[in-house]
Design a protein around this ligand. Sequence first.
Ligand SMILES: [Zn+2]
Length: 125
Amino acid sequence: MGYRLLFTMEGRAPVVHLALATTLRLRCQRCLEPFGWPVDTDVRLKWVGGPLEAERLDPGFEPLLLPEGGLVNPRDLIEDELLLAVPQVPRHPFGTCRADWASSLEDDAPRPQENPFAVLARCKR
Ligand SMILES: [Zn+2]
C-alpha cells in the first residue's frame, strides 16, 4: 500500500491532504471467490469544529472532526478512507464473474454479507 500525508494550513484551519493507492482483497458476493479491488483516492480533509461548520465547508474539502484528546492518528485517517472505498456489495467487475455463466443454475436465496471491517482487519495484517 502506498500513501502520502501532507499537513498544511488553509487560512487558520489545519488541512490534511491524503493520497492513497492500494488493492483490497474482497470476496465477490455472487461467486464467493476473492478478487482485487483497486483503491486510488486523493482527498483534502479540513478540520471543522462541528456538524454546522462541516456543512459550510468549501467545495473540494471533506470535513475532519477533531477526535477526543485533539490528536489525529494518521492510521485512523487511512482506515476511514479504506472503509469508504469498500463497495456495499463487493462483486467481480461485470463480465468477469464465474457466476455470470452459472447464473441460470443459481437460486436467488440471499447470501450472508461479509462484515466490511473484516476486510480491513485482513488488510492490516
Ligand atoms: Zn464473482
